[in-house]
Design a protein around this ligand. Structure first.
Ligand code: BG6
Length: 510
């Protein structure tokens, strides 16, 4: 067996500390499908610090037992490592329910007493992690009342931290407002704006690929890279009543402002001065600052395509068009697909287009970044037929996590014939075990006080500033760029193909 000398190498991290995790919006989908299963899996791996407990805070009336049973039912369906009744029982004995509306000051006063009581009775460190996963319109109330009850304060060596779920605002003004309220409640160092894409193993590996290998970084610039494509395709539509939220957001706000711009920041940033939270975030925010603004509706019309799907079939099933989806306005002007051409106006990337596309009801779920290198000088093999001379490095974020490098190779035989072949690294075969879910990593990081994989205030606001210009052109200009259409189950509108064709490129076939 070949041993990998780097495999054991870890950068020492602070350990997660025991705390009480208070989840606001505890009866919601995120808590059931992601947060509690993530904590359960951490417990199953033996990594949940002893003395950690969960308190669910929500409006509906229910007992601890009822809450635990509901969580167990979902955990059994979605848990990454299955549901072991013995592990669950021990884990669930530390789950509690607290009933209150979000705007009732008394509910927070009684929460404060409950936390002290639990800490006195059962021990634990007295640290508290507040997780805002309710509908975003309640964030202000929750923060104001946490402060009112004195729950926001660090006491002696006991910390109080807050994790804020997305959507983090719906434009720059609302994001700034939320940041203001946050800054009067928690210190920036105790504020964790979650973007679950940063917790994905493959997103974290972008830095390792770039800066722990000597061969890529010298090529990682406009002298060698022709263009970059980022694709995030989803086969899902508006199942489970999601249309209600989605129709107020759209693809640009829902995925591009956060997840995709974060991936681009990691891919395009300069080497950070160190791996500290601020070292990495300083480097990332500089990419966002260098995004060429879409200064006018004409710029937006030239560089951005928005679209909605019409009825079609996905994975062999007939599905309705976007405007016919449950809880979507039949006259909606919200995009379920967006494709953009971006430029990063800095020394490294001048002249390299970045193409992004994100869409619902595409043929399959897949997220990847592909880096298309410039072609070799066309002088020696120019008379031979070759599939493509482009070298492409693909970072597969999900599924089938891994990287591949496409290169041209000679087909064996007497003639000089060539074909494009692929060198492939797959997490599943190289490491032989499933990667932890993004939320597992991020919850542990927040419990250990490491904010590297969370968005900082300036990142969120700079990203919104860029997105606002596009939203403005779509919804407030007198000549808004048109809404294109694509059939559900296809790879998006022809207008998005035309966007790349103008530059002589094609979207990668996934
Ligand atoms: C969420 C978006 O943030 O990310 C959803 O609101 C999207 O619309 C989801 O489906 C995708 O996450 P993942 O991890 O499944 O790619």
């Amino acid at each position: 067996m070949i041993t990998n000398p780097f495999r054991e190498e870890t950068i020492s991290k602070q350990l997660a500390e025991p705390c009480t995790i208070v989840i606001f919006g505890a009866t919601g989908d995120l808590t059931h499908r992601k947060l509690v299963p993530a904590l359960y899996n951490i417990a199953q791996d033996g990594d949940l610090p002893h003395g950690t407990r969960i308190v669910g805070f929500a409006r509906r009336d229910k007992s601890d037992e009822q809450f635990r049973d509901e969580l167990a039912e979902m955990n059994a369906k979605v848990s990454r490592q299955g549901h072991d009744e013995k592990v669950w029982e021990k884990f669930a004995s530390n789950i509690f329910y607290h009933q209150s509306t979000f705007d009732d000051a008394d509910g927070y006063a009684s929460l404060a007493s409950k936390l002290t009581e639990l800490e006195d009775e059962n021990g634990g460190a007295g640290n508290r992690l507040f997780y805002l996963s309710s509908a975003p319109e309640f964030f202000d109330d929750i923060l104001v009342h946490l402060k009112g009850a004195g729950l926001n304060e660090n006491r002696d060596d006991k910390w109080a931290r807050v994790i804020v779920e997305k959507p983090f605002g719906k434009d720059l003004a609302t994001a700034q407002h939320l940041n203001e309220v946050l800054s009067t409640t928690f210190h920036e160092a105790d504020t964790y704006r979650i973007d679950h894409y940063l917790g994905k193993e493959t997103a974290q590996n972008i830095m390792v690929l770039r800066f722990a290998n000597a061969i890529f970084e010298p090529l990682w610039n406009n002298r060698f890279i022709d263009h970059v494509q980022v694709t995030c395709s989803e086969d899902l539509g508006m199942e489970g009543g999601r249309g209600g939220y989605y129709d107020t957001a759209g693809a640009l706000r829902d995925m591009v402002q956060n997840h995709l711009l974060q991936l681009i920041s990691l891919m395009a940033m300069e080497p950070p001065v160190d791996l500290s939270a601020d070292g990495v975030r300083d480097a990332k925010v500089n990419v966002l600052r260098a995004l060429r603004p879409m200064a006018s509706p004409e710029d937006v019309g030239k560089n951005v395509v928005r679209a909605q799907y019409t009825e079609g079939s996905v994975n062999g099933e007939k599905v309705p068009g976007y405007r016919e989806e449950d809880r979507v306005n039949p006259e909606s002007l919200t995009e379920a697909y967006v494709a953009l051409r971006l430029h990063i106006d800095n020394w490294r990337w001048e002249g390299v287009p970045f193409y992004l596309r994100m869409g619902k009801r595409l043929p399959k779920k897949s997220t990847e970044i592909s880096i298309h290198f410039k072609k070799a000088p066309n002088v020696l093999f120019n008379k031979l037929h070759v599939d493509s001379r482009e070298n492409v490095l693909v970072i597969r974020i999900q599924p089938d996590e891994g990287n591949s490098l496409r290169m041209v190779s000679k087909i064996p035989g007497a003639n000089m014939r060539m074909e494009s072949v692929k060198m492939d690294f797959r997490y599943s075969t190289s490491f032989g075990k499933a990667s932890p879910e993004a939320y597992e990593r991020l919850l542990l990081d927040a419990m250990s006080g490491d904010a590297t994989l969370f968005a900082r205030r300036d990142e969120v606001e700079t990203a919104w500033k860029f997105i606002d210009e596009i939203e403005h052109a779509w919804h407030q200009s007198v000549t808004p760029p048109p809404m294109a259409e694509y059939e559900a189950g296809s790879w998006g509108p022809t207008e998005a193909d035309a966007l790349l064709a103008q530059d002589g490129h094609l979207w990668r076939r996934l």
